[in-house]
Design a binder for this molecule. Structure first.
Ligand SMILES: O=c1ccn([C@@H]2O[C@H](COP(=O)(O)O)[C@@H](O)[C@H]2O)c(=O)[nH]1
Length: 279
C-alpha cells in the first residue's frame, strides 16, 4: 500500500503544488446564480469537480459548508468525495476534528476507514486536547494509507493567542505541535503522512519548520490577504513541502469551468515561482 505522503508527493510533482478548497459560501452560491439550497450546493460542488478534479493535486472540501444543510448536505459531501476519487485528485477534508482519544477513534473511523462513505485521503485535525489525543487518527491513517494535517499556526489573527502561548517547558504550544508531528514523520521519505497547517498570512513564524518531514498546508492565500510571495517569508527553508491552498480566490472565477481552470492555473504559476529554489 502506497502511503499518503508518497501519493501526495507524486500528485504535487505531476500536477503542481496546489490545493483548491470547495467552500460553497452562501455569497458564492448567489454569485454563481445558484440557490442557497442543497440543490445549489450539489451543482456548485459538481462544477468544481468537473473544472478542477482532473488537474489539481489536492481538493479540500470544507465540511462546514456541507454540514449546514444537515443530512442532505452530508450526502452531497459523500457524493463529491466519490466524484473526486473517480477523477483522480487527492481529497483533503477540512473538518478540524479533535477530542479525547476514545472519541477521536470514532472520528478516525468516519473519515479514514475505507468502509466509511466519508472516507478521504486526509483530514485536518485540532490538537488542542493534546497532540497525543489524536493518536487513534494517526494510527488509522497509517494503517490505510491516509494522512492528517494538524493545526499549528493558523491563518486567522485570533490563533496566535493560543498557539504562541508558552508551555511550562519553554516551548510555544505551536512548537510542541511541530515537534510531535516531526517525530511521527521521522524516517519517512519522500514525505511523511502527517502534515501541519501554517497560515500564509502570519509572516515570519519564529518557529523552525525545516525538519517536519511532512506536508505544510498553507491556507490564507487570496481572500485572506496573503500572496504567493509571502510563502518564502513564512516557510523559509521548508518550501519544498509547502502545499498552498486557495478557496475563494479560485472559486470567485466560477461558475464557468474554463474560468475556474484559468484561475487555478494562474495561482499555481504564482506558487511555482514563489516556491522555486534559489540558486
Ligand atoms: O488556518 C487555517 C486553517 C484552515 N483554513 C480554511 O481554509 C479555507 C480558506 O478559504 P479562503 O477562501 O481561501 O480564505 C477555509 O475553508 C478555512 O476554513 C484557514 O483559512 N485557515
Amino acid at each position: 500500500m502506497e502511503t499518503f505522503g508518497s501519493r501526495l508527493h507524486r500528485a504535487m510533482t505531476e500536477r503542481g503544488p496546489l490545493c483548491v478548497g470547495i467552500d460553497p459560501h452562501p455569497e458564492l452560491l448567489r454569485r454563481w446564480g445558484l440557490p442557497d439550497t442543497v440543490e445549489g450546493l450539489d451543482r456548485f460542488a459538481r462544477t468544481v469537480v468537473e473544472a478542477l478534479g482532473d488537474r489539481v493535486a489536492v481538493i479540500k472540501p470544507q465540511s462546514a459548508f456541507f454540514e449546514r444543510f444537515g443530512a442532505s448536505g452530508v450526502s452531497v459531501l459523500e457524493s463529491t468525495i466519490r466524484q473526486l476519487r473517480d477523477v483522480g485528485s487527492l481529497v483533503l477534508l477540512d473538518v478540524k476534528r479533535g477530542d479525547i482519544g476514545s472519541t477521536v477513534r470514532a472520528y478516525a473511523s468516519a473519515y479514514l476507514h475505507p468502509s466509511s462513505s466519508l472516507y478521504v485521503d486526509a483530514i485536518t485535525a485540532s490538537p488542542y486536547l493534546g497532540v497525543g489525543s489524536l493518536a487513534p487518527m494517526f494510527e488509522l491513517a497509517a494503517e490505510h494509507g491516509g494522512g492528517v494535517f494538524v493545526l499549528a499556526l493558523t491563518s486567522n489573527p485570533e490563533g496566535a493567542a493560543v498557539q504562541r502561548a508558552v508551555s511550562p517547558d519553554g516551548r510555544t504550544v505551536a512548537q510542541t505541535v511541530i515537534d510531535e508531528i516531526s517525530q511521527l514523520n521521522s524516517g519517512c521519505e519522500p514525505l511523511g503522512n502527517f502534515g501541519l497547517v501554517v497560515g500564509a498570512t502570519i509572516g515570519e513564524t519564529g518557529h523552525d519548520l525545516s525538519s517536519v518531514g511532512g506536508p505544510l498546508l498553507a491556507p490564507g492565500l487570496g481572500a485572506q490577504g496573503a500572496t504567493a510571495a509571502d510563502l518564502r517569508t513564512v516557510f523559509g527553508s521548508g518550501l519544498s513541502a509547502v502545499l498552498p491552498s486557495y478557496s475563494r480566490e479560485v472559486l470567485n472565477a466560477g461558475p464557468d469551468t474554463a474560468a475556474l481552470r484559468a484561475a487555478a492555473d494562474r495561482v499555481l504559476a504564482d506558487c511555482r515561482a514563489a516556491l522555486r529554489p534559489v540558486d
